[in-house]
Design a binder for this molecule. Sequence first.
Ligand SMILES: [Fe+2]
Length: 310
Amino acid sequence: MSNGDRPQAQPEKNAAPAGDAPRSESGQVDHGRRDFMRKGVSGLTIISLSGPMVGKVSRDDDFEVVHKTVRINNLPKRVEGFRIAMISDIHSGPYMDKKDIDPYVTRMNKLKPDAIVLPGDFIQNRNEEVEAVADALQKLEAPYGVYGSTGNHDYFADADYVSKELGHAGVRMLRNEHIVLDVDGAPLALIGLDDVRSGHPFDNLFRSAVDGLDARIPNVVLCHKPYYLEEASEWGVDLMVSGHTHGGQIVIARVFDTVITPAALISGYIEGLYRLDGTQLYVTRGIGTVGIPVRINCPPEITVLTLESA
Ligand SMILES: [Fe+2]
Protein backbone atom coordinates (compact mmCIF):
# COMPACT_ATOMS: atom_id res chain seq x y z
CA MET A 1 0.00 0.00 0.00
CA SER A 2 1.33 3.41 -0.80
CA ASN A 3 0.14 6.85 0.09
CA GLY A 4 -1.10 7.31 -3.42
CA ASP A 5 -2.86 4.00 -3.92
CA ARG A 6 -6.18 5.26 -2.67
CA PRO A 7 -8.01 8.52 -3.14
CA GLN A 8 -6.67 11.10 -0.74
CA ALA A 9 -8.98 11.76 2.17
CA GLN A 10 -10.18 15.31 2.58
CA PRO A 11 -9.47 16.16 6.23
CA GLU A 12 -12.38 17.66 8.06
CA LYS A 13 -12.19 20.82 10.07
CA ASN A 14 -12.05 18.80 13.26
CA ALA A 15 -9.68 16.21 11.88
CA ALA A 16 -7.16 14.39 14.01
CA PRO A 17 -3.96 16.10 15.01
CA ALA A 18 -0.76 15.27 13.19
CA GLY A 19 2.63 14.33 14.59
CA ASP A 20 3.60 12.79 17.89
CA ALA A 21 2.56 15.66 20.08
CA PRO A 22 -1.05 15.41 21.15
CA ARG A 23 -3.32 18.26 20.17
CA SER A 24 -6.64 19.39 21.45
CA GLU A 25 -8.87 19.04 18.37
CA SER A 26 -11.56 16.40 18.46
CA GLY A 27 -12.35 13.87 15.80
CA GLN A 28 -15.92 13.35 14.75
CA VAL A 29 -17.90 11.18 17.13
CA ASP A 30 -20.47 8.85 15.67
CA HIS A 31 -23.86 8.06 17.13
CA GLY A 32 -22.71 4.66 18.26
CA ARG A 33 -20.24 6.37 20.51
CA ARG A 34 -23.03 8.39 22.04
CA ASP A 35 -24.84 5.12 22.75
CA PHE A 36 -21.67 3.72 24.25
CA MET A 37 -21.30 6.74 26.50
CA ARG A 38 -24.72 6.07 27.93
CA LYS A 39 -23.90 2.42 28.35
CA GLY A 40 -20.51 3.24 29.83
CA VAL A 41 -21.90 5.08 32.80
CA SER A 42 -24.39 2.46 33.90
CA GLY A 43 -23.72 1.29 37.40
CA LEU A 44 -21.25 4.07 38.05
CA THR A 45 -21.55 7.20 40.09
CA ILE A 46 -22.23 10.04 37.71
CA ILE A 47 -21.17 13.45 38.82
CA SER A 48 -23.18 16.36 37.54
CA LEU A 49 -21.24 19.51 36.84
CA SER A 50 -23.10 21.23 39.63
CA GLY A 51 -23.01 18.25 41.99
CA PRO A 52 -20.49 17.14 44.58
CA MET A 53 -17.09 16.10 43.27
CA VAL A 54 -17.35 12.51 44.38
CA GLY A 55 -16.74 9.47 42.21
CA LYS A 56 -16.59 5.71 42.46
CA VAL A 57 -13.21 4.07 42.20
CA SER A 58 -13.56 0.90 40.17
CA ARG A 59 -12.33 -2.33 41.73
CA ASP A 60 -9.78 -4.56 40.05
CA ASP A 61 -12.52 -6.93 38.89
CA ASP A 62 -14.85 -4.14 37.85
CA PHE A 63 -14.49 -3.94 34.10
CA GLU A 64 -16.82 -3.52 31.17
CA VAL A 65 -17.10 -5.49 27.98
CA VAL A 66 -17.92 -3.04 25.20
CA HIS A 67 -19.39 -4.53 22.01
CA LYS A 68 -19.14 -2.38 18.91
CA THR A 69 -20.01 -3.00 15.27
CA VAL A 70 -17.64 -1.33 12.82
CA ARG A 71 -18.86 -0.96 9.25
CA ILE A 72 -16.13 -1.07 6.62
CA ASN A 73 -16.50 -0.23 2.94
CA ASN A 74 -16.18 -3.17 0.57
CA LEU A 75 -15.63 -5.71 3.32
CA PRO A 76 -15.78 -9.16 1.70
CA LYS A 77 -18.90 -11.09 2.62
CA ARG A 78 -16.86 -13.86 4.19
CA VAL A 79 -15.22 -11.39 6.60
CA GLU A 80 -18.57 -10.01 7.76
CA GLY A 81 -19.15 -10.89 11.38
CA PHE A 82 -15.42 -11.29 12.12
CA ARG A 83 -14.95 -10.49 15.81
CA ILE A 84 -11.82 -8.89 17.23
CA ALA A 85 -11.36 -8.71 21.01
CA MET A 86 -8.98 -6.15 22.46
CA ILE A 87 -7.39 -5.02 25.68
CA SER A 88 -4.70 -2.38 25.90
CA ASP A 89 -2.50 -0.58 28.40
CA ILE A 90 -2.07 -3.52 30.72
CA HIS A 91 0.86 -1.82 32.48
CA SER A 92 2.19 -4.90 34.22
CA GLY A 93 4.03 -3.65 37.27
CA PRO A 94 3.55 -2.83 40.93
CA TYR A 95 -0.24 -2.43 40.55
CA MET A 96 -0.91 -5.03 37.86
CA ASP A 97 0.23 -8.59 38.53
CA LYS A 98 -0.65 -11.87 36.82
CA LYS A 99 -3.60 -12.41 39.16
CA ASP A 100 -4.96 -9.02 38.09
CA ILE A 101 -4.61 -9.85 34.38
CA ASP A 102 -6.00 -13.40 34.58
CA PRO A 103 -9.70 -12.36 34.83
CA TYR A 104 -9.39 -10.41 31.59
CA VAL A 105 -7.83 -13.39 29.85
CA THR A 106 -10.56 -15.71 31.13
CA ARG A 107 -13.31 -13.34 30.03
CA MET A 108 -11.80 -12.73 26.61
CA ASN A 109 -11.56 -16.45 25.97
CA LYS A 110 -15.21 -16.85 26.97
CA LEU A 111 -16.15 -14.21 24.41
CA LYS A 112 -14.75 -16.56 21.73
CA PRO A 113 -13.34 -13.87 19.42
CA ASP A 114 -11.91 -14.74 16.02
CA ALA A 115 -8.73 -12.74 16.74
CA ILE A 116 -7.30 -10.79 19.66
CA VAL A 117 -5.33 -7.53 19.42
CA LEU A 118 -3.25 -5.87 22.13
CA PRO A 119 -2.11 -2.38 21.06
CA GLY A 120 0.67 -1.64 23.51
CA ASP A 121 1.84 -0.65 26.98
CA PHE A 122 2.27 -4.20 28.20
CA ILE A 123 4.55 -3.05 31.02
CA GLN A 124 5.11 0.00 33.20
CA ASN A 125 8.86 0.60 32.77
CA ARG A 126 11.02 -2.41 33.70
CA ASN A 127 12.00 -5.47 31.65
CA GLU A 128 11.15 -7.94 34.42
CA GLU A 129 7.54 -6.74 34.42
CA VAL A 130 6.94 -8.58 31.15
CA GLU A 131 7.10 -11.93 32.96
CA ALA A 132 3.71 -11.51 34.67
CA VAL A 133 1.92 -10.24 31.60
CA ALA A 134 3.44 -12.88 29.33
CA ASP A 135 2.47 -15.60 31.81
CA ALA A 136 -1.11 -14.38 31.79
CA LEU A 137 -1.45 -13.72 28.05
CA GLN A 138 -0.12 -17.11 27.01
CA LYS A 139 -3.55 -18.52 27.87
CA LEU A 140 -5.35 -16.30 25.34
CA GLU A 141 -7.13 -18.28 22.66
CA ALA A 142 -8.36 -17.15 19.25
CA PRO A 143 -8.47 -19.22 16.05
CA TYR A 144 -6.91 -16.45 13.93
CA GLY A 145 -4.28 -15.58 16.51
CA VAL A 146 -3.23 -13.06 19.14
CA TYR A 147 -1.43 -9.91 17.92
CA GLY A 148 0.29 -7.03 19.65
CA SER A 149 2.06 -3.76 18.98
CA THR A 150 4.40 -1.78 21.21
CA GLY A 151 3.38 1.21 23.32
CA ASN A 152 5.45 4.05 24.68
CA HIS A 153 5.83 2.39 28.09
CA ASP A 154 7.33 -0.67 26.43
CA TYR A 155 10.12 1.67 25.30
CA PHE A 156 10.70 2.84 28.86
CA ALA A 157 12.35 -0.60 29.14
CA ASP A 158 13.81 -2.65 26.28
CA ALA A 159 10.97 -2.96 23.77
CA ASP A 160 12.87 -5.64 21.84
CA TYR A 161 13.17 -7.77 24.97
CA VAL A 162 9.54 -7.18 25.93
CA SER A 163 8.39 -8.11 22.42
CA LYS A 164 10.54 -11.25 22.37
CA GLU A 165 9.12 -12.47 25.69
CA LEU A 166 5.57 -11.78 24.52
CA GLY A 167 6.35 -13.71 21.36
CA HIS A 168 7.38 -16.70 23.45
CA ALA A 169 3.98 -16.45 25.13
CA GLY A 170 2.16 -16.69 21.80
CA VAL A 171 1.59 -12.99 21.14
CA ARG A 172 2.58 -12.28 17.55
CA MET A 173 4.08 -8.79 17.82
CA LEU A 174 3.56 -6.82 14.61
CA ARG A 175 6.46 -4.41 14.52
CA ASN A 176 6.03 -2.26 11.46
CA GLU A 177 4.80 -5.24 9.54
CA HIS A 178 1.56 -6.79 8.42
CA ILE A 179 -0.03 -10.18 8.22
CA VAL A 180 -2.87 -11.18 5.92
CA LEU A 181 -5.40 -13.48 7.54
CA ASP A 182 -7.27 -15.95 5.37
CA VAL A 183 -10.87 -15.70 6.56
CA ASP A 184 -12.68 -18.53 4.78
CA GLY A 185 -10.75 -17.64 1.64
CA ALA A 186 -11.12 -13.85 1.97
CA PRO A 187 -8.18 -11.67 3.04
CA LEU A 188 -8.06 -9.36 6.06
CA ALA A 189 -4.81 -7.50 6.80
CA LEU A 190 -3.59 -6.75 10.32
CA ILE A 191 -0.96 -4.02 10.36
CA GLY A 192 1.07 -3.34 13.51
CA LEU A 193 3.10 -0.20 14.17
CA ASP A 194 5.72 0.42 16.82
CA ASP A 195 5.01 3.40 19.03
CA VAL A 196 6.59 6.61 17.77
CA ARG A 197 8.68 6.46 20.95
CA SER A 198 10.81 4.11 18.84
CA GLY A 199 12.14 7.30 17.27
CA HIS A 200 10.39 7.15 13.91
CA PRO A 201 7.45 9.23 12.68
CA PHE A 202 4.11 7.59 11.94
CA ASP A 203 4.47 7.79 8.16
CA ASN A 204 7.83 6.00 8.17
CA LEU A 205 6.52 3.26 10.45
CA PHE A 206 3.43 2.84 8.32
CA ARG A 207 5.37 2.78 5.06
CA SER A 208 7.53 -0.07 6.34
CA ALA A 209 4.54 -1.92 7.73
CA VAL A 210 2.57 -2.02 4.47
CA ASP A 211 5.48 -2.79 2.18
CA GLY A 212 4.18 -5.40 -0.27
CA LEU A 213 0.58 -5.27 0.96
CA ASP A 214 -2.19 -5.07 -1.62
CA ALA A 215 -4.07 -1.83 -0.85
CA ARG A 216 -7.37 -3.43 -1.87
CA ILE A 217 -7.30 -5.77 1.13
CA PRO A 218 -9.35 -4.45 4.07
CA ASN A 219 -7.10 -3.57 6.94
CA VAL A 220 -7.01 -3.13 10.69
CA VAL A 221 -4.08 -1.16 12.13
CA LEU A 222 -2.70 -1.51 15.65
CA CYS A 223 -1.24 1.84 16.73
CA HIS A 224 -0.82 2.56 20.42
CA LYS A 225 -1.37 6.31 20.35
CA PRO A 226 -4.60 7.55 18.80
CA TYR A 227 -3.24 10.84 17.49
CA TYR A 228 -2.82 9.79 13.85
CA LEU A 229 -6.32 9.57 12.42
CA GLU A 230 -5.58 12.15 9.74
CA GLU A 231 -2.46 10.30 8.56
CA ALA A 232 -4.26 6.97 8.72
CA SER A 233 -7.04 8.38 6.59
CA GLU A 234 -4.55 9.62 4.02
CA TRP A 235 -3.02 6.14 3.85
CA GLY A 236 -6.44 4.56 3.29
CA VAL A 237 -6.70 2.75 6.62
CA ASP A 238 -10.08 1.16 7.23
CA LEU A 239 -9.89 0.78 11.02
CA MET A 240 -7.21 1.81 13.48
CA VAL A 241 -7.30 0.52 17.07
CA SER A 242 -5.51 2.43 19.81
CA GLY A 243 -5.23 2.84 23.55
CA HIS A 244 -2.85 5.12 25.44
CA THR A 245 -5.46 7.50 26.85
CA HIS A 246 -6.85 5.12 29.51
CA GLY A 247 -10.17 6.81 28.73
CA GLY A 248 -8.83 9.69 30.78
CA GLN A 249 -8.43 7.37 33.83
CA ILE A 250 -9.82 10.13 36.06
CA VAL A 251 -13.17 11.24 34.67
CA ILE A 252 -14.91 14.07 36.46
CA ALA A 253 -18.15 13.80 34.53
CA ARG A 254 -19.74 12.75 31.27
CA VAL A 255 -22.02 15.24 29.58
CA PHE A 256 -23.68 13.80 26.46
CA ASP A 257 -20.80 13.19 24.03
CA THR A 258 -18.18 14.89 26.15
CA VAL A 259 -15.93 13.17 28.66
CA ILE A 260 -14.84 15.73 31.23
CA THR A 261 -11.34 14.67 32.14
CA PRO A 262 -7.98 16.40 32.52
CA ALA A 263 -6.77 14.11 29.72
CA ALA A 264 -8.98 16.04 27.28
CA LEU A 265 -6.59 18.96 27.64
CA ILE A 266 -3.98 16.80 25.91
CA SER A 267 -6.04 15.17 23.15
CA GLY A 268 -9.58 15.09 21.82
CA TYR A 269 -9.37 11.32 21.41
CA ILE A 270 -10.35 9.82 24.75
CA GLU A 271 -12.46 6.70 24.18
CA GLY A 272 -14.81 5.12 21.68
CA LEU A 273 -15.20 5.36 17.92
CA TYR A 274 -14.12 8.27 15.73
CA ARG A 275 -14.29 8.69 11.98
CA LEU A 276 -12.51 10.72 9.34
CA ASP A 277 -13.86 10.04 5.86
CA GLY A 278 -13.49 6.31 5.22
CA THR A 279 -11.21 5.71 8.21
CA GLN A 280 -12.42 4.80 11.68
CA LEU A 281 -10.48 4.89 14.92
CA TYR A 282 -11.48 2.96 18.02
CA VAL A 283 -9.82 4.09 21.27
CA THR A 284 -10.13 1.59 24.11
CA ARG A 285 -9.88 2.69 27.73
CA GLY A 286 -7.36 -0.07 28.47
CA ILE A 287 -7.17 -1.96 31.75
CA GLY A 288 -4.18 -0.54 33.64
CA THR A 289 -3.21 2.74 35.21
CA VAL A 290 -0.33 5.19 35.27
CA GLY A 291 0.49 7.66 38.00
CA ILE A 292 -1.94 7.00 40.81
CA PRO A 293 -3.30 3.42 40.61
CA VAL A 294 -6.99 4.33 40.45
CA ARG A 295 -9.64 4.90 37.83
CA ILE A 296 -12.56 7.16 38.62
CA ASN A 297 -15.73 6.94 36.54
CA CYS A 298 -13.60 5.13 33.98
CA PRO A 299 -13.77 1.34 34.29
CA PRO A 300 -11.24 -0.88 32.51
CA GLU A 301 -12.48 -2.13 29.16
CA ILE A 302 -12.51 -5.28 27.11
CA THR A 303 -13.56 -4.34 23.59
CA VAL A 304 -15.18 -6.63 21.06
CA LEU A 305 -15.31 -5.16 17.55
CA THR A 306 -17.49 -6.92 15.00
CA LEU A 307 -16.67 -6.11 11.38
CA GLU A 308 -19.58 -5.62 9.01
CA SER A 309 -19.87 -4.26 5.50
CA ALA A 310 -20.84 -0.59 5.23
FE1 LIG B 1 -0.86 3.30 28.82
